[in-house]
Write a protein of this length. Structure first.
Length: 152
């Protein structure tokens, strides 16, 4: 029998429960849904424009809305450029620059890149310097946007 501590961490039961769990870290952004049927949202923030996979119930709202950005981290580099920001890369990846400001749960951290982003970090990337200074992370696609289910 497998020990509970050896089981993989479940990030979400449902998109709605994930949003509710981390709602304190949601941001206000301008949304521009892609053509009907597309799961992508254009999310306009003070840190830049993100193209995110919409995890909310359809239809996605147009205009100002509350949402939570979540990214899985592919690679992480300590130090470097100190200005926070988000930069779109090829194939749905983003380079996020900023600081990890809070541990939220096992392998989940809050990063400030000019806007809050919930990061899912593999254990192999978590080190003692995680909170010590600026970071550069490259996300694995897709960047996800969670919305509360009350926006219909």
């Amino acid at each position: 029998m497998e020990a509970l501590s050896q089981r993989p961490t479940v990030l979400e039961d449902t998109p709605e429960s994930f949003f509710k769990r981390f709602a304190d870290y949601a941001l206000e952004a301008d949304l521009a849904p892609e053509p009907q049927g597309s799961p992508l949202l254009e999310v306009v923030t003070s840190a830049g424009v993100f193209l995110a996979f919409d995890r909310g119930l359809p239809p996605a709202p147009t205009g100002r809305a509350r949402l939570l950005l979540h990214a899985e981290v592919e690679s992480l580099t300590y130090g470097g450029e100190t200005s926070p920001g988000a930069y779109r890369m090829e194939k749905g990846r983003y380079e996020l620059r900023g600081r990890v400001v809070q541990a939220l749960a096992r392998n989940l951290y809050l990063m400030d890149v000019g806007v809050p982003v919930v990061l899912s970090l593999p254990s192999r990337l978590i080190g003692p310097d995680l909170f010590s200074g600026p970071l550069r992370v490259v996300t694995a696609p897709p960047l996800m946007a969670f919305r509360p289910d009350t926006q219909r």
